[in-house]
Design a protein. Structure first.
Length: 194
């Protein structure tokens, strides 16, 4: 792996934020080209740095983010399950689902419905209507959760924020030379002052 920033104490905070736009900012020499494996590895490093920063700076917000992520993933799986169940039921040529599927497959379908809190209805038309209604609700919930993630990713101007933090702390530093570890501590100090 090419020389890169991998720890909070050696990664400049500026590079940490810029790596979101271009992962090469984690390289010590940003002019180097990367292959797909190196991009993958650097993204893993960035995720580790983000987790460290989130947990270190604001543990409560970090736990909330993990909870939101878990909820987002559950809703994504539920939408996939609903689509799969709809696809299965749409292939049924009888009025009752239990007349088309064998007993074992009906039980599997009931288990999947129970897993995702979906009522199983043996009548094909009623089940499709129920699934369509549930899918709309889950899609609304998913979009709401997705909105939280989009709001968190609003463009952040590190240099401008760093200058304001340095002023509040009466420090003279080059914002581009502040490590992620130092940045985290500075933010904590500013929070204490406010």
């Amino acid at each position: 792996m090419k020389a890169h920033f991998d720890k909070p104490e050696n990664c400049p905070a500026y590079n940490f934020y810029k790596a979101e736009e271009d992962i090469r900012y984690l390289l010590k020499d940003q002019k180097e080209n990367l292959n797909e494996y190196e991009i993958y590895e650097l993204n893993k490093v960035l995720i580790d740095l983000k987790e460290w920063f989130s947990a270190e700076y604001n543990e409560r917000a970090y736990k909330q983010s993990l909870s939101d992520l878990k909820n987002k993933m559950f809703l994504e799986l539920k939408i996939i399950a609903i689509n799969y169940i709809l696809e299965t039921i749409n292939s049924v040529n009888t009025e009752k689902i239990s007349l088309f599927l064998n007993e074992e497959n009906v039980e599997k379908l009931k288990e999947n419905c129970k897993k995702y809190n979906i009522a199983f209805i043996d009548l094909k038309r009623d089940m499709i209507n129920n699934l369509d209604r549930v899918k709309k609700g889950v899609t609304n919930d998913y979009n709401r959760v997705l909105g939280k993630f989009e709001n968190e990713n609003i463009k952040f101007n590190y240099v401008k924020t760093a200058i304001n933090v340095l002023r509040k702390l009466n420090l003279q530093r080059d914002p581009l030379q502040i490590s992620l570890l130092e940045w985290c501590e500075m933010l904590k100090l500013v929070d204490e002052l406010n």
